[in-house]
Design a binder for this molecule. Structure first.
Ligand SMILES: [Zn+2]
Length: 220
């Protein structure tokens, strides 16, 4: 059997708060271990205002039965082998312990791009990922750290123009000072991806973020 590894799953704690995003392989293993149950939206019962009232929560046995009766029409969201047909969940709910909502967004290239909306923080242009670089606002050789507070998204052209100078020395102005992103705000950004549409009810009122950040849906 093979899983589409790039698919991701939203993890909720027992208070139905989003606490993590994991790969689908990890999410399925959580189901098998009983650490989490699959959350499935009941058709026609949305808008009740109470997420737990509109959703079925199924343990692995229940999820197997449900998958058999209602296979996902999207075959990429089915895990199949000779004896097995399992839907891949979009959302799972932790069963065994409470975890505080995660506070930190992992610092990495792609997450900096997401924080900045794939927008060069100097010229303001929106670019494809392959046209972007990370820029140390205070250059490394002047003691600038590789951290949320000193790294911004820059297009290759602006990055070359700025070179190893401070923005002011290069006559360039940052659109906004870089900061560590807040986890919940970041979730809204991530949820603009098509695959994350089922997460929206769990991450607050994200409709406006969805529209404002619609350009992100084009990102791979
Ligand atoms: Zn630029």
């Amino acid at each position: 059997m093979s899983l589409r590894l790039q698919q991701r799953v939203l993890v909720l704690n027992r208070a139905w708060q989003p606490v993590n995003i994991v790969g689908v392989r990890r999410a399925v293993s959580m189901l098998f271990q009983g650490i989490a149950n699959a959350v499935f939206e009941m058709p026609g019962q949305g808008d009740s205002g109470d997420p737990s009232g509109s959703y079925a929560v199924l343990d692995i046995e229940g999820w197997f039965a449900f998958s058999k009766e209602h296979p996902d029409f999207d075959s990429s969201r089915m895990l199949r082998s000779v004896r097995l047909a399992l839907r891949l969940p979009h959302v799972v709910l932790l069963t065994q312990f409470e975890r505080l909502p995660r506070r930190d967004v992992r610092f990495c290239r792609r997450n900096v791009y997401l924080r900045d909306g794939f927008r060069c923080q100097y010229c303001g242009g929106v670019f494809d990922e392959r046209e972007l670089t990370l820029d140390h606002v205070i250059p490394r050789d002047r003691g600038g750290r590789t951290a949320w507070e000193n790294i911004v998204t820059a297009c290759a052209r602006c990055n070359a123009r700025k070179s190893d100078r401070l923005p002011a020395q290069a006559g360039m102005v940052l659109r906004q000072p870089p900061a560590r992103p807040k986890w919940h705000a970041f979730l809204s950004v991530l949820a603009t991806r098509e695959e994350a549409r089922p997460w929206l009810p769990f991450i607050g009122n994200s409709r406006s973020s969805w529209l404002n950040l619609a350009h992100l849906t084009a990102q791979p």
